[in-house]
Design a protein around this ligand. Structure first.
Ligand SMILES: *Cc1c(COP(=O)(O)O)cnc(C)c1O
Length: 406
């Protein structure tokens, strides 16, 4: 299958250019996933059923969670988390500007106020001191994002949450397989939302999982499926009852078996996929780590990085082009890139509603202007990796500031 068009090769260029456009993040889907989806289709059970149940259980075991709830997105998981924690109008939720809009949109969905605070310069994760300073009498929760797969400082955030009686919710969209001080992300009691979106480390096309305290997840299960007091498979399977009751106006957030089929097989290959990611990251680090033009991503000693993204930062003082021009040069070399993320406070809805200025979160804003996410996917061949490195170094060679010898 060919999801991406081949970009026309640049004609004015002397360096070799790939024939085919390298997608920023292609999923690794094999015959196992395809066969499992076909089996799900042939089984006659298309929506949430036995495969969803099995995927839920296997994912729960894989991350060492006390309970898990399969959903149709991570966004749904975050929304449901806020709902079962009774967060609503008048409440404030502290979170990061360095995230995808979903993490913050859900706060608006429940009528609460997002309170953004700046991030750590190296990991670009929530800065615990900034979180503490932003706490008011109305603060009810913190949504912490494990940016790019590097866990947040969980101990510091946990003790802040404990001290001020706040809920800590983890946006683990990037963090399947990540761990903090040897504990897998998702294994704690606080609600943690994972994403299986097409570009994520483990994909079901669209999908998500909420893990955490079993009682909260029982409530989340009801809220995520119409507010219905019994699950669909309980009602229709042998011995099930036809009766149900709507105890609140819930949402339609369940994961179908067709999606869970992909997830079951992605779980089987997950460790190999992660190993491939780590190899690519090491190769990039070796290639770019010695150059003063680039800042390579860091990993703190007490965490395991899930390496969802490889975010290279450009040192403006060392290059004659800016980040946007750098991306154009990469595109001209047939290499797909992306930017993670346009900080929340620069988006018009949030800017207009809360009157944010770009420099309100100077660390996030400065990092945004420097960052480019390079292709990182277990589907990349060694040649793909070499092409990315060649392109980056070629651009550096052409646009690096020359130092005149004294
Ligand atoms: C992808 C992503 C989400 C949303 O995930 P969906 O499964 O698409 O809802 C949330 N937060 C972050 C940080 C993400 O990258």
């Amino acid at each position: 299958w060919k999801p991406h068009p081949t970009f026309p090769s640049a004609t004015t260029r002397s360096s070799p250019v790939r024939d085919k456009f390298l997608s920023f993040s292609l999923p690794l889907i094999g015959n196992e996933e395809i066969d499992e989806v076909v089996a799900a289709l042939k089984s006659g059970w298309l929506t949430s059923g036995p495969r969803t149940k099995q995927f839920e259980q296997e994912f729960c075991d894989a991350v060492g969670a006390s309970a898990a709830l399969a959903l149709n997105s991570c966004t749904a998981g975050l929304h449901v988390a806020l709902k079962v924690l009774n967060i609503g109008p008048g409440d404030e939720v502290i979170t990061t500007p360095m995230t995808f809009a979903a993490s913050v949109n859900v706060i608006e969905h429940v009528g609460a106020k997002p309170v953004l605070v700046d991030v750590e310069p190296d990991t670009l994760n929530l800065l615990p001191d900034a979180v503490e300073q932003a706490i008011t009498a109305n603060t009810k929760a913190i949504i912490a994002v494990h940016y790019a797969g590097h866990p947040v400082e969980l101990n510091a955030l946990r003790s802040i949450a404990e001290q001020y009686q706040l809920h800590l919710i983890e946006d683990a969209a990037h963090a399947v397989g990540a761990s903090f001080e040897g504990q897998l992300i998702g294994s704690g009691s606080n609600l943690t939302a994972f994403s299986f979106y097409a570009t994520k480390n483990l994909t079901t096309g669209e999908g998500g999982m909420l893990t955490g305290d079993a009682d909260l997840l029982d409530q989340a299960r009801i809220v995520s499926l119409h507010g219905m007091s019994r699950e669909a498979w309980g009602r229709y399977s042998a011995g099930g009852k036809w009766a149900y009751d709507i105890i609140e106006p819930g949402f339609k957030y369940n994961m179908p078996d067709i999606q869970a089929a992909i997830g079951l097989q992605q779980l089987r290959r997950f460790e190999l996929m992660q190993e491939r990611r780590r190899t690519i990251v090491e190769t990039y680090n070796t290639a770019f780590g010695g150059s003063s033009a680039f800042l390579t991503p860091t990993t703190r000693a007490h965490v395991t990085n899930a390496w969802h993204l490889y975010v290279l930062r450009l040192r403006a003082s060392e290059l004659t082009i800016d980040r946007n021009q750098f991306i154009q040069e990469m595109t001209a070399r047939n290499i797909g890139t992306s930017v993670h993320f346009i900080p929340i406070h620069l988006h018009s809805f949030y800017k207009n509603k809360y009157g944010y200025q770009p420099d309100d979160f100077p660390v996030a804003h400065a990092a945004f202007q420097q960052m480019v996410s390079l292709p990182l996917s277990p589907s990349m061949s060694d040649q793909d990796v070499a092409d990315v490195i060649d392109a980056v170094l070629d651009i550096q060679g052409k646009f690096g500031r020359r130092r005149v010898a004294a």
